[in-house]
Write a protein that binds this ligand. Structure first.
Ligand SMILES: [Cu+2]
Length: 243
């Protein structure tokens, strides 16, 4: 009874604390919003299990500790069928639930724009230790490390990603978009985002591309600052850049 009470109390406190903290700030793409919701759901489901394990551990440590000079073992308990079975059933059900949602539904969500024609396609190449970008069909390429990746707001953007031949595996990660995928030599990967908000690296460091696969000496410097700007501003920028 005491243990059950502690478990419920710990669970309520942890859930309230978790839900009242804004850990990462807002996601700025449709896909990112879904990913954040999935993350919150998984943590909310995991908290009761975590508190159950912690409570059980703490409770048996205190309750069944050796008292005084007593050195004799208590009678061994071999099985506790009812508990074992119910643990198996509940954890299995939980696993199956999260495989379907947000697992399977999440994959569908991230792929739902695949058949659509994107407003902008950016071809990305990784190499040690720099990213380069080509705005497909727009005549703009970015090579220099200090150049900003300018992207249009309110648009479907497709990133098509690879690594140079003879290079190593990198990972193309944009924290503000909550999206990340490997950049592999000889292979193309891609992801789509629908941008929802303008933003600039100078106001929020999550607006950056960051290599997320340890790739050598300057791995940590393998990043590009991002600005998401209104469409008109983007068109103006790209026209100037292409000229
Ligand atoms: Cu890298």
């Amino acid at each position: 009874m005491t243990a059950a009470f502690i478990w419920i109390l710990l669970t309520i406190i942890s859930e309230v604390l978790f839900l009242s903290f804004d850990i990462f700030g807002d996601a700025v793409t449709e896909q990112g919003v879904f990913i954040d919701e999935a993350f919150v759901l998984l943590v909310v489901l995991a908290i009761p299990i975590f508190t159950f394990v912690i409570t059980t551990l703490g409770y048996v440590l205190v309750k069944f500790r050796a008292k005084g000079d007593e050195l004799e073992d208590s009678a061994p308990v071999r099985t506790h069928d009812k508990w074992a079975r119910s643990w198996l059933v509940w954890t299995t059900v939980l696993c199956l639930v999260v495989i379907v949602h947000p697992g399977y539904t999440g994959l569908l969500e991230l792929r739902k724009t695949n058949a659509e024609e994107p407003d902008l396609t950016v071809n990305v190449t990784g190499r040690r230790w720099q990213w380069s970008y080509e705005y497909e069909g727009r005549g703009v390429q970015l090579f220099a490390m200090d150049e900003m990746l300018i992207l249009p707001n309110d648009s479907l953007i497709r990133f098509i990603i690879t690594s140079e031949d003879q290079d190593v595996i990198h990972s193309f990660w944009i924290p503000a978009f909550r999206m990340k995928i490997d950049a592999v030599p000889g292979l193309t990967t891609y992801f789509d985002v629908n941008t929802l908000e303008i933003g600039h690296f100078n106001d929020d460091v999550n607006f950056r591309v960051q290599c997320a696969e340890l790739c050598g000496t300057d791995h940590s410097l393998m990043f590009t600052r991002i600005a998401v700007v209104e469409r008109a501003e983007f068109e103006q920028w790209i026209a100037e850049k292409a000229a």
